[in-house]
Write a protein that binds this ligand. Structure first.
Ligand code: ZN
Length: 237
């Protein structure tokens, strides 16, 4: 199990860095009556997330778990944390079936993603406790101050979350920031639709966010949009 480190991002948001191979971060977002958790790490990482939440000032019960997409490193601890905290689980309608166990290979575009996602489902999916989604959200919805932004491509129903008061964009896997470089998912075949991923990143760039926090690697603070635009200018899809 990884050791979690809390990393403040803004007034209401703290990242929980889970020091695994993929520099996974989940996010605790403070609201009036508790905490909203964005994503839940790999299977078995729930205690690290719960310990991080409990170290924050009260009220610190996780009331909501928003899953940005169905990859195993984002949903692994969700079922346990939901049971432990009596929290509701939310995701987008197009992602719901995949969060609840359907293989993402069914919706992949191209042979490599279909193969990689099928193998991933067979080897990793079985490690995830069954998840029941309580509620779905759609583009434009606001949940405890987080505006939902549909960013399909990496998966069919991935969502990003824009914290309007803190002006921070939690961009999920629409953008990675690992090993000192920003870009798309570095694992070949994990992205269902590369053209869709690029279109979503263009959409995020148009929001003009200064502070962007990906789910892999450190936050990009101050020059988020410039960095994304520079990457899009260079990126070959
Ligand atoms: Zn992912």
């Amino acid at each position: 199990m990884p050791v979690a480190r809390l990393r403040p991002i803004s007034r209401h948001i703290a990242a929980v860095d889970l020091h695994g191979r993929f520099q996974v971060a989940v996010f605790l977002v403070r609201h009036e009556t508790g905490l909203l958790l964005v994503d839940a790490g790999f299977p078995g990482w729930h205690y690290a997330i719960l310990t991080a939440a409990e170290s924050l000032p009260q009220p610190n019960r996780i009331t909501d778990i928003v899953l940005t997409h169905a990859h195993v490193d984002h949903i692994g601890g969700a079922a346990f944390i939901a049971r432990h905290c009596d929290a509701r689980i939310l995701t987008s309608e197009p992602e719901k079936a995949f969060v609840q166990g359907k293989s993402l290979s069914h919706a992949a575009n191209g042979l490599l993603p279909r193969l990689v996602l099928a193998v991933n489902h067979w080897t990793q999916g079985r490690r995830v406790d069954a998840i029941r989604v309580d509620e779905t959200v759609t583009d434009g919805d606001v949940v405890h101050g987080l505006r939902v932004i549909a960013v399909p491509g990496h998966t069919p129903g991935q969502i990003a979350l824009w914290h309007e008061r803190d002006e921070v964009l939690l961009c999920a896997d629409a953008l990675f920031n690992v090993n000192g470089a920003i870009g798309y998912d570095p694992v070949p075949g994990m992205t269902s639709n590369r053209a869709g991923a690029r279109a979503s990143l263009v959409r995020l760039a148009k929001l003009g966010c200064k502070d962007v926090a990906p789910s892999h690697g450190p936050a990009i603070l101050g020059d988020g949009t410039e960095r994304i635009l520079r990457f899009l200018g260079d990126a070959v899809v």
